[in-house]
Design a binder for this molecule. Structure first.
Ligand code: ADP
Ligand code: MG
Length: 728
């Protein structure tokens, strides 16, 4: 069996970079596999083209027009060698789903077959989707859900398939996917933010939330990955002693990208260009074999689709290069894990980023309005924000000894902290003309210069303001961005709505001027939300204590964190903003708990198997070798053997100790699993897996990793950390 490991190492070390065909310049090939503006203008009638554009503003497309759009889309796809089409959606598994149908049709009367694709196939499909998670929304007797075209995210071609982005909803109208609530949240944001933006510019008609994600990942040679059953089954290594050399020399971060990897990335970037995913940045990350890829930011719905698509494409392109992409938040113990930084901002249809300070005091007041309201929203809903990024795999970062902490706080930098302090001092009530002038000149008037040198970045902060956007850094690398972005946009839109009400009421009832009213409301917000602002080291013990004093939550595990999702407050805000009704909220809670349970259950099983089937037998083999050796020494040296064989005997005993450790701990873990499985309440079961089963993982691992250090390298079957992380 150890020969499998050595074969894998040999295969991996012998690999050469795969040839990647050079395509035309990026700006030329960009989006050529997307049914975007150019393709639409070429393949659609102008009426159909306008209908698709209008759909982005919520105008319904009528049946006849849908026929024309489908026809144009089919012609375009056929011209590119496409044979199949699929509705492409994001069920609550967190990944993407597709079911391909051929354009090919025959006729009952035997006439010649043709390629067909009509408006009804474009608009709606009914995948046999009864085994997607639904958290009790659909009764099995009517396990029907349908997918419906999302005209705001363009269709694209991958391979020979036309993929049509769709929502996935039940027949009773509840969202069964991640996209539907996101679209609703974005639309709530549009309404609320436009209303507030109008205080500053009457011409604003639309506000879109923008998202620029940064995707971290590991690349491991496929032969090496395949040689590790834990990596294949769970996405992470459950065992393995840390390599003597890890990331301590910091020689990987931003270092030159290894040739084989760079070839992969170039190939991937070509695919992204064709698919209209505007990838821009690539670099090595901190840990060995860890990389990052980031696009230019986009409208959030499109950005989320692009991230989901990218994760799929990354794995497919990796196959051509004999790599396995690891999206898990913590694939290897002892070195950095991966995250997905979600850069978020708000943009108006007049071309303004609402989180960028402007050139005039008024535009700066606009900036401060959106800035402070975002802080207020995160302050008021910090637990919900934490819940939006909870998962079994992200638990290895949040709350473990890894960045960022499980406590949600906001970093805004020194200068903005000072600006808020000044605003806090604004007189309550009406402002004197002198005070207004002073505010305009010295506080909001000064902002732009101040922010230019705001480059200090606190990498330990889960939610940081970085000059013209907030960066939500605690999102998991394997997560679907939709979940956290739905939450963020929901709570900020709710906050903006409340803000507008307060300001309007001051204007109407107290006869305040607009800016006076805004200053007054912002001042109160600044006072109320101080506890969420934190500039210091988020990993420190001191912060945990300080945060507890401030009343901030610190949920270190998924079952604890998820509870906030079904709090009265959460159900109320999702309901009020029209994002999810209580059934949709509760079903997601149920699904996420189940997902947690299954993940830990699988890890427990895999760990038990490997520990018993790989580690113990190998340890015994080595122990037998030692025993033979000791016997031989006894034969040769007689009574002197004890001194000569002393070390071997010690190792023999040590091995027995660790074997016993593994065996008894695996037994106990299995017992706890049985106890957990007997529970009927999902919440209790998740808690049992978290508190009773999972703690054995570290204990079992401890013994197995010790054995790895003792046992002859030649017979150790599991590919080691140094081999997975440093084989180039
Ligand atoms: P880093 O955080 O790694 O230092 P940058 O600050 O350059 O990198 O940008 C990180 C990401 O922020 C990029 O993916 C970029 O597209 C995104 N970004 C920049 N501006 C915005 C914005 N207004 N809205 C959303 N994302 C943005
Ligand atoms: Mg970043």
């Amino acid at each position: 069996m150890s020969s499998f490991r050595f074969q894998a190492i040999k295969t991996a070390s012998d690999r050469k970079p795969v040839h990647v065909e050079e395509l035309d310049r990026k700006s030329i090939i960009f989006g050529s596999n997307v049914f975007g503006d150019k393709a639409m203008r070429q393949f659609l009638t102008s009426e159909a083209y306008k209908a698709v554009l209008a759909a982005a503003d919520g105008v319904k497309i009528d049946r006849k027009i849908a026929e024309y759009i489908a026809l144009g889309m089919k012609e375009w796809a056929l011209s590119k060698g496409v044979t199949h089409y699929t509705h492409w959606f994001q069920p609550l598994t967190g990944t993407t789903a597709e079911k391909h149908d051929a354009f090919f049709e025959t006729f009952p009367d035997g006439s010649d077959p043709v390629e067909k694709f009509g408006g009804s196939q474009l608009a709606q499909q009914e995948p046999d989707a009864s085994s997607f998670p639904n958290g009790g929304i659909r009764n099995t007797f009517e396990a029907r859900g349908y997918t419906a075209w999302d005209p705001t995210s363009p269709a694209f071609i991958f391979g020979t398939t036309l993929c049509i982005p769709t929502v996935f909803v039940s027949y009773t109208g509840e969202a069964l996917d991640n996209k539907t609530p996101l679209l609703r949240a974005l639309s709530a944001m549009d309404v609320a933010a436009t209303d507030v933006a109008k205080y500053f510019d009457k011409n604003v008609k639309r506000v879109t939330a923008t998202l620029g994600w940064e995707q971290e990942y590991f690349l491991v040679d496929i032969a090496l990955a395949n040689s590790r059953p834990d990596l294949m089954a769970t996405g992470r290594t459950l065992l393995g002693h840390t390599a003597s050399k890890g990331q301590q020399l910091e020689d990987h971060y931003f270092g030159s990208i290894p040739t084989r990897v760079l070839t992969y990335i170039r190939d991937l970037e070509n695919e992204c260009m064709l698919l209209g995913i505007p990838v821009k940045t690539r670099h090595n990350e901190v840990a060995p074999n860890q990389y990052e890829l980031a696009p230019i930011f986009e409208e959030s719905n499109l950005a989320v689709d692009h991230n989901s698509l990218l994760m799929d494409v990354m794995q497919k392109v990796a196959e051509r290069h004999f790599f396995k992409v690891l999206f898990h938040e913590k694939p290897f113990k002892g070195i950095n894990g991966s995250g997905k930084h979600n850069n978020w901002s708000l943009a108006t249809d007049t071309g303004i980023n609402l989180l960028t300070p402007g050139k005039t005091p008024m535009s700066n007041l606009q900036f401060l309005t959106f800035f402070v309201n975002t802080i207020k929203a995160v302050h008021d809903y910090e637990e919900l924000v934490r819940a939006s990024i909870a998962s079994a795999s992200n638990d290895h970062r949040l709350g473990a000894n890894e960045a960022p902490p499980a406590i949600i706080s906001i970093f805004i930098g020194e200068q903005l902290t000072r600006v808020l302090a000044e605003l806090e001092g604004v007189t309550k009530g009406k402002l004197s003309p002198e005070e207004k002038t002073d505010l305009k000149l010295n506080v909001v008037g000064k902002l732009p210069d101040v922010l230019l040198d705001n480059t200090d970045r606190n990498r330990t902060s889960p939610f940081a303001f970085t000059g013209n956007k907030f960066e939500f850094r605690a999102v998991g690398s394997s997560a679907n961005c939709a979940v956290s972005m739905t939450t963020l946009n929901t709570i900020v839109s709710k906050q903006l709505k409340d803000f507008k009400k307060e300001v309007d009421s001051l204007i109407e009832t107290n006869d305040f001027k607009k800016d006076e009213a805004i200053f007054n409301v912002l001042r109160e917000y600044i006072k109320q939300t101080k506890s969420i602002l934190f500039e210091g080291d988020g990993y420190s013990e001191a912060w945990e204590q300080e945060a507890a004093k401030r009343g901030l939550s610190n949920h270190k595990t998924t079952p604890a964190a998820l509870k906030a999702k079904i709090s009265e407050k959460a159900i109320a805000v999702f309901g009020e903003m029209g994002v999810m009704n209580h059934v949709e909220v509760e079903s997601r809670y149920e699904i996420e708990l189940e997902d947690y349970i299954k993940k830990i259950q699988i890890e427990g099983r895999v760990l038990g198997d490997i520990a018993r089937n790989h580690v113990i037998p190998t340890a015994i083999r080595y122990q037998n070798i030692l025993i033979e050796n000791v016997k031989g020494l006894k034969e040769i040296f007689g009574k002197d053997f004890e001194q000569i064989a002393k070390q071997q005997i010690l190792i023999i005993k040590e091995i027995s100790g660790h074997i016993e450790g593994i065996n008894t701990k695996v037994e106990k873990m299995i017992d706890e699993r049985k106890n957990a499985n007997a529970l009927t309440n999902t919440e209790e079961m998740a808690n049992a897996y978290c508190d009773e089963v999972k703690p054995y993982f570290d204990e079992i691992r401890y013994h197995a990793d010790k054995l790895e250090l003792l046992v002859d390298n030649e017979i150790w079957t599991l590919t080691k950390y140094r081999e997975m992380l440093f084989t180039k």
